[in-house]
Ligand binder design. Structure first.
Ligand code: ZN
Ligand code: ZN
Length: 266
């Protein structure tokens, strides 16, 4: 299983020399196995995903805040290819997924009827996925703590799995359920938008701190061993230099700040 971070920024894309190492694109994560391609969220990083033409493609949304859908219209392969793409979310049913995307790319805000024109987008219930991809993909979801809701995912194939926990405002009473959900994960992707010192003024915004992620991993490793934790959804103001300094002071073994275009084989 190969995991590629196409966008690791939260809220809004950023550009400039001070963001060139970690990247400025918003959330998009690609998971490839020999049989299937899964793309989690279509933030601005989605424009750099090469849509696979050798197997099923699933586009799964954690939720529909704009930093997770704004790139949908800008993937050249999506516009060129005439092949079926399954679109789903653990957060809501297929008609609501379609409605949200159609509303976002409404003619008042966007020049073409993207969803209406893209007949190859096949909207499906997340609960259909295990039947549709039996033997190819093992997938699960659970709700996270985020304004308007958000779905965590666990995708497994070939004996390894990755869990995505974005966007989520971590609460201590989530710990046991989240630990169970990511148990035996090779990789956990964590929403570390803030620092502990920033949290008091940002309660209710729906994001966790970097320190909470490191702590979560330490307790998880105590239970199950070898998981790695990728911290992502970086605050748009956080420069490369600041992230590097935080890596030196806050991270412990197994945790790292995800970078745009970073590929991991798990
Ligand atoms: Zn977000
Ligand atoms: Zn959000």
């Amino acid at each position: 299983m190969q995991v590629t971070f196409h966008g690791v920024r939260g809220s809004v894309p950023v550009s400039g020399a001070e963001f060139s190492t970690y990247g400025g694109h918003t959330t998009c994560l690609e998971i490839r196995t020999p049989e299937i391609q899964i793309i989690v969220d279509a933030g601005s990083g989605f424009q750099n995903v090469t849509i696979a033409d050798d197997g099923p493609v699933i586009l799964v949304f954690s939720h529909f805040h704009h930093d997770h859908i704004q790139g949908l219209a800008f993937n050249v392969d999506l516009l060129r290819q005439n092949r079926e793409i399954f679109v789903t979310s653990g957060l809501c049913g297929p008609h609501i997924v379609k409605d949200h995307l159609q509303n976002y790319f409404h003619g008042a805000y966007f020049p073409i009827d993207l969803i209406g024109l893209k007949h190859q987008l096949h909207f499906v219930e997340f609960t259909e996925m295990p039947q549709l991809f039996r033997g190819v993909l093992d997938c699960h979801t659970m709700p996270l703590n985020h304004p308007g809701g958000c779905a965590a995912y666990r995708f497994g194939a070939g004996g390894s799995h990755v869990s995505t926990l974005f966007d989520n405002e971590f609460e201590p009473d989530q710990r046991t359920e989240l630990q169970d959900f990511v148990a035996d994960a090779s990789l956990v992707v964590w929403d570390g938008m803030f620092l502990d010192e920033e949290m008091p003024s940002r309660r209710g915004w729906g994001h966790s701190s970097i320190e909470e992620g490191v702590n979560f991993l330490q307790q998880l490793r105590g239970n199950t061993g070898s998981a790695k934790l990728a911290i992502t959804h970086h605050a748009p103001s956080r420069t490369d230099q600041q992230i590097d300094a935080l890596a030196d002071t806050l991270l412990t073994s197994g945790s790292f700040f995800a970078r745009e275009n970073q590929k991991l084989t798990i």
